[in-house]
Design a protein around this ligand. Structure first.
Ligand code: SAM
Length: 261
């Protein structure tokens, strides 16, 4: 396969948007190109044109393409020590708002919002304390709604939480209990395009912004800051920083936690 030019790639991105409704503006172009080239090789496509034809006629290949662009890797209580900080230090204060509302943006198959819902149960938060969980990938959202997980997704779940908040199924998998499920509402939302709700007490956006270019990331954090109520917090991933937090009216409370002042 001959090397593919940047012009061809630009054309490919336009076709994706126009013909398949896939808008990858805001995503890091090099990353998208590299991943697309791997798929072209896999299907022996000589050009982006061939690959677009394939995507247009084969729904499964379109799904695979979307999957490769947005990795869905996740787990319960990812970076556990940060979650215990959230439980012991920040959530009790945030829950003083009796209409507590959290948002897990880029929630993948549900492990993150369910982790938060488990902590809400632990802290005996009012039943109205809810987690909105959103993603652009409909496949992961339908898995999330089922709330059924393999044992290996649960390594960070403390044994007493496993006992209290999961049911072991006959096939050896674990299902999140209904009281935890009832706190989470899953829905489709593209954080780079769709409007944001306001008044959140807590926003979790973790291990998602790695896909986005600098401008998209900056705008996204601005939108998150606007979506928080005063005193609300953002919890980011274990390798992420909001560099311009002061400009956005945020305070760095400790690594990975920012508060709106
Ligand atoms: C690596 S997972 C992170 C899951 C979870 N937040 C965590 O930290 O374990 C990234 C998720 O972000 C989603 N995602 C990517 N781009 C998105 C967008 N523009 N809007 C909403 N979700 C997006 C992907 O579909 C994927 O499920």
């Amino acid at each position: 396969m001959k090397p593919l030019s940047d012009e061809e790639f630009e054309w490919f991105l336009k076709q994706l948007n126009m013909k398949l409704g896939i808008d990858l503006s805001g995503y890091k172009p090099h990353r998208v190109k590299r991943r697309t080239e791997i798929l072209l090789k896999k299907y022996n496509c000589e050009s982006f044109t061939d690959y677009i034809r394939l995507l247009l006629k084969d729904e499964e290949k379109k799904k695979e393409f979307l999957d490769k662009m947005t990795i869905n890797v996740t787990e319960f209580f990812r970076n556990p020590e940060k979650w215990w900080k959230l439980r012991d230090k920040f959530l009790p204060d945030l829950l003083e708002n009796c209409n507590f509302k959290a948002w897990s943006a880029g929630c993948s198959s549900g492990e993150e919002p369910y982790s938060l819902a488990i902590l809400l149960e632990e802290l005996k938060a009012p039943r109205g304390a809810k987690v909105i969980a959103t993603d652009i990938d409909l496949n992961v959202l339908s898995k999330a709604k089922q709330g059924i997980y393999e044992e290996q997704n649960l390594t960070n779940v403390p044994p007493n939480y496993l006992q209290k908040y999961f049911r072991k199924l006959e096939n050896g998998k674990y299902q999140v209990l209904d009281n935890v499920k009832a706190r989470v509402q899953f829905k489709y939302h593209n954080m780079l395009k769709d409007p944001f709700d306001k008044g959140y007490d807590l926003i979790l956006c973790r291990n998602v912004v790695i896909y986005f270019d600098v401008d998209a990331k900056r705008q996204l954090y601005r939108n998150f800051a606007n979506a928080l109520r005063k005193g609300g917090m953002i919890f980011v991933g274990g390798t992420e920083r909001i560099f311009e937090y002061k400009e956005l009216g945020l305070e760095l409370i400790e690594a990975f936690f920012y508060k709106k002042i």
